[in-house]
Design a protein around this ligand. Structure first.
Ligand code: UD1
Length: 416
């Protein structure tokens, strides 16, 4: 099992290009099963989560070719409706296959995705909406057996703008009879990317990116070529890598609009940020300022997936900051690890109070989840001395060659 070792203190400088978005490619790969059609997808990031989805598609019978950042999927030969349990356990977001497989075969057997390290993450909203579309769901012995004789368009009012539920409904409604309207839909950019892929394949969807998404059922999907959007969370993570080391980094291949909430908070912390078409430069020459309040919210609010990385920066800021995590139940595990490095953080349920210290010191740490792991790498970049982080597989789920890219920016970091 890999371990990351960082000798902290180097200022990061240089240029970096952001890869395709994990949270966009996963639902798109699920969508490839819908039409028995061929998909050619560019800008596919090289991540463990993408590998898991690839393994699932292969196990169902898909033909897949992967050359560098291009993936070609032919879903015609699929001959199974059962998703391997061990792969669902490894990647909870495999439940996104429910909508897609129901559209293709009217049936799927998938194990119930268990709890996870950032809270219970129920799927009640997914199941309620699928039932409204005409799906019968039997839950027994930890498995969900979903069947639909016919998927029928309907109106779904989501109780919460869940990203996964919005995507699952879109996938289930693509070929449903009639029109489906999702109200209080999640507005994340990744949902817009899914709409783009599906519409290129012949679907009739509009409204992604707003709270109301309308899906008019079509008869068939056709072969499609798509380029995955760039990863806003990876971009945000490198922005903080620059800020936390008082560096000067140019981040290329970004969509500035997707980064507005992160840019605003980093400016509050004292960073200078210049943007230009699809790249930005972040400069920070002094100790960061504290931030009065960060509240994680659905898009376009501050992303929960950037909360941990922001905490690393605020732990050495001048003053006291407050983070309120409203999206997930239990997403402060990285706070304990930061405290082992000398951070002064108090957690009260879903609120963390961070009293900035002058510097962190290197320590032996353990990545508890994907973004929490990235937070520890960032902290290690700024800390005095050596930081060792184990359970790096969490980080590999969502960051492509993180240590190599940070090395290129001047960090003293290696994987052992
Ligand atoms: C997606 C992202 C994840 C991100 C999250 C919030 C992917 C693969 N993952 O996860 O990186 O952190 O959005 O931006 O895109 N909920 C329910 N019942 C449900 C569904 C969700 O109570 O049926 C709750 C969850 O427990 C959580 C909140 O709603 O507290 C948000 O979850 P959701 O938006 O569904 O996140 P994911 O799609 O799982």
């Amino acid at each position: 099992m890999g371990k990351i070792v960082i000798n902290g203190g180097n200022k990061l400088t240089g240029e970096i290009s952001v890869s395709g978005a994990k949270n966009a490619i996963l639902p798109i790969l699920a969508a490839t099963v819908i039409g028995g059609h061929e998909s050619t997808i560019f800008n596919v990031p090289n991540l463990r989560d993408v590998e898991v989805m690839e393994e699932i598609l292969l196990s169902l019978g898909c033909r897949i070719r992967r050359i560098d950042k291009m993936m070609w999927v032919d879903s015609k030969p699929i001959d199974s409706i059962r998703i391997p349990e061990e792969l669902v356990r490894e990647m909870r977001s495999s439940i996104i296959l429910m909508g897609a497989m129901l559209t293709r075969f009217g049936e799927i057997i998938i194990s119930y995705p268990g709890g996870c390290e950032i809270g219970p993450r129920p799927i009640d909203l997914h199941l309620k909406a699928l039932r409204q579309l005409g799906v019968e769901i039997k839950e027994s012995h930890g498995f969900l057996h979903c069947k639909a004789k016919e998927l029928r368009g309907t109106e779904v009012q989501l109780d919460y703008p869940s990203v996964g539920a919005t995507e699952n409904i879109m996938l289930a409604a693509v070929k449903a009879k009639g029109t489906t309207v999702i109200r209080n839909a999640a507005r994340e950019p990744e949902i817009v990317d899914l709409q783009r892929y599906l519409n290129r394949a012949g679907a009739k969807i509009n409204g992604a990116g707003t709270s109301v998404v309308t899906i008019e059922g079509v008869d068939r999907l056709t072969d499609v070529t798509h380029t995955t959007m760039s990863d806003r969370i990876v971009a945000g993570t490198y922005m903080i890598a620059s800020a936390i080391t008082n560096g000067e980094v140019v981040i290329k291949n970004v969509v500035i609009d997707h980064l507005q909430a992160i840019i605003a908070k980093l400016r509050e912390a004292g960073c200078l940020i210049y943007s230009n078409n699809d790249s930005l430069k972040i400069v920070s020459s002094n100790r960061s300022r504290s931030i009065e309040m960060i509240q994680t919210l659905p898009y376009p609010g501050f992303p929960t997936d950037m909360q941990a990385q922001m905490m690393a920066l605020l732990s050495i800021a001048n003053g006291t900051s407050i983070i309120s995590e409203t999206v997930f139940e239990n997403r402060f595990k990285h706070a304990e690890e930061l405290m082992r490095m000398g951070a002064n953080i108090k957690v009260f349920g879903k609120v963390a109070v961070i009293k900035g210290v002058k510097e962190l010191t290197g320590a032996k740490l353990s990545a508890k989840d994907l973004r929490g792991g990235a937070c520890l790498v960032l902290a290690g970049l700024s800390a005095k001395g050596v930081t060792e982080i184990d359970d790096v597989y969490h980080i590999e789920r969502g960051y492509e060659d993180l240590h190599i890219k940070l090395q290129e920016l001047g960090a003293d970091i290696k994987m052992v």
